[in-house]
Design a protein around this ligand. Sequence first.
Ligand SMILES: [Zn+2]
Length: 130
Amino acid sequence: MDKKISWMSCVCGKKAYYEENLRFNGYSIDGWKCKHCGEEYFNPGKAEFILLLNKIKKKKYNLKLNRVRSNLILRIPKEISTVLNLSDSTILQVSLEKGGILLTSPLPSETKTLDFPYLPSDTKTMTHSK
Ligand SMILES: [Zn+2]
């Protein structure tokens, strides 16, 4: 979060220094590492985000369609919209893919507020298959 913190006290009593690229659950995030004992302290905001992302990636959602006049409305669960930074003005692209419907967010500017450049490209997509 705050990259100005160049070091923090480690549990072992030495100093853990800031590093750009620590490995956390398959992702690269910043944090602080103690060279003395090897303890790592991850950027808490990003670590929390990755845990939520991994949790969502393991899940399959059953979403019910609702009808509003001639259109069918798909409700995106809150945890998905949080992770993908979707809002009620987000534009999603819908395409038919093998095995289901693919929803993608085609505008990179919408992902900027995530401040998280380490996302694999497939995390902006959701598939719906029967
Ligand atoms: Zn230490």
